[in-house]
Design a protein around this ligand. Sequence first.
Ligand SMILES: Cc1cc2nc3c(=O)[nH]c(=O)nc-3n(C[C@H](O)[C@H](O)[C@H](O)COP(=O)(O)OP(=O)(O)OC[C@H]3O[C@@H](n4cnc5c(N)ncnc54)[C@H](O)[C@@H]3O)c2cc1C
Length: 323
Amino acid sequence: MNKDIFVVIEHRQERIADVSYELLTKGYQIAEKLGGEVIAVLLADDGDQMAQSLKSYADKVLYIKNEIFKNLHSEYYCDALSSIIGERKPALILFGHTVDSFEVAPALAEQLGIPIISNCVDFDIDGDFVRATVPLYGGKINGEYSFNAENGGIISVIPGAFKVENPQKSGEIEKIEFTFEKEYDDKEFIEFIEAAAGEIDITQAEKIVAIGRGVKDEENIDMIKDFADSIGAVLACSRPIVDAGWLPKERQVGSSGKTVKPKLYIALGISGAFQHISGIKSDTIIAVNKDPNAPIFKVAHYGIVDDMFKVIPALKAKIEEMK
Ligand SMILES: Cc1cc2nc3c(=O)[nH]c(=O)nc-3n(C[C@H](O)[C@H](O)[C@H](O)COP(=O)(O)OP(=O)(O)OC[C@H]3O[C@@H](n4cnc5c(N)ncnc54)[C@H](O)[C@@H]3O)c2cc1C
């Protein structure tokens, strides 16, 4: 078995997605264990600068250049990747589990006839066996899946699963001008539209009070907004609150929402599903939840096990008193 780990780099508007750096960090640990190399695979048109910024994270940057890669087109991605992978046969190919890879990774696995585990939060390799952890039922339980990676395999990992560490490598850049034998004219890229930041940009907030399904009713939000205002915090939420139409999408924290980096994050009535906590990068997380076994307490620095409707007025009164 080859021992190299390929990390397929995700980028948009010439910016590399955070998940790619997370995967390079994990890929580096796995490659070290196998005695192989971690290789950043960058499919891009004008990718010189991106290739440069990947150098310190990888033993090699494989920069596959073609103007088609200016925008994501899954069939061309698959053809280029399967040709390179077919030639170089890495032990594992890593993707971020994102809307971009949803289209590419499973099709690539099928094209190459290799196994895939999607939606992972962790994985390891032991001999020829890859074992991966996949959250199920909204993160309430974890499933363990494995495959024999004798002929390679694909893992797609949820953003936020690994911390980024720069191993300070100085990987060489190998540039390949790629040409396609086949043309696909069934899809056309029309336009990239940046998501509206909305009136409040939660990604820039220093303090956040976030609500989850525990808020129960839309009418209760005013009281929490009041509390947030009183401590100079911005109101954010978990996905069910957006799904219910109680707060706009730009307030959603998590893998399909925003990643936030406040100094203080107060989670009220939020269970702590992986898709939510992967969007929180905060040094201080305070959780209020009735359920002592709620997964949010595994990541919280301070926790209060109680009814949020009792805790918030008490907290607010105490803060007023201290002011
Ligand atoms: C592909 C995909 C992407 C997703 N993306 C996101 C995302 O970006 N962001 C996100 O948030 N979710 C996302 N989800 C959904 C995620 O899996 C969870 O379902 C969601 O985060 C749960 O939200 P919640 O914690 O508010 O609700 P629940 O899981 O229902 O938790 C409610 C919590 O409130 C507590 N509670 C109830 N009443 C009270 C009270 N009075 N006082 C105190 N505590 C109380 C309960 O004990 C419970 O822990 C995604 C799911 C999928 C499949």
